[in-house]
Design a protein around this ligand. Sequence first.
Ligand code: FES
Length: 131
Amino acid sequence: MITDIELENRIGVLSPARSFQLNISSPSNIALERVGGFTYLEGAIIIRITKNTFKAFSYVCTHNGCILGYDKNTNALVCPCQCGIYDLEGNVIRGMPVKPLRQFTVQREGDVLTITDNYGDNTDICNETKW
Ligand code: FES
């Protein structure tokens, strides 16, 4: 099982900025044009859940650090390594992970999404001195 420090190091790519933007109409983000599409950026998996709803999570499985994907048929984040499955709130619903997935806030203004990591306030894996 991945340690808290290892996990933090893998998902710490958002720090120190803890926020980034992406334009969903950019050719590099073409996967986000359709519902069910997803992309990876800055340590996050960004998913278009519905026409107007986007979600973002750390793409690192909390069990052993594999990179997660999104299954639009089950509306779940899935780990290809040991079949860990998370719901769209980041809760573990099946498999080896015991910790929830780190979720980021997504704000949309036009075609621009702002992804922000607000995790520093309420997590046991966050070491404030590293931010
Ligand atoms: S790394 Fe084991 S379930 Fe994801």
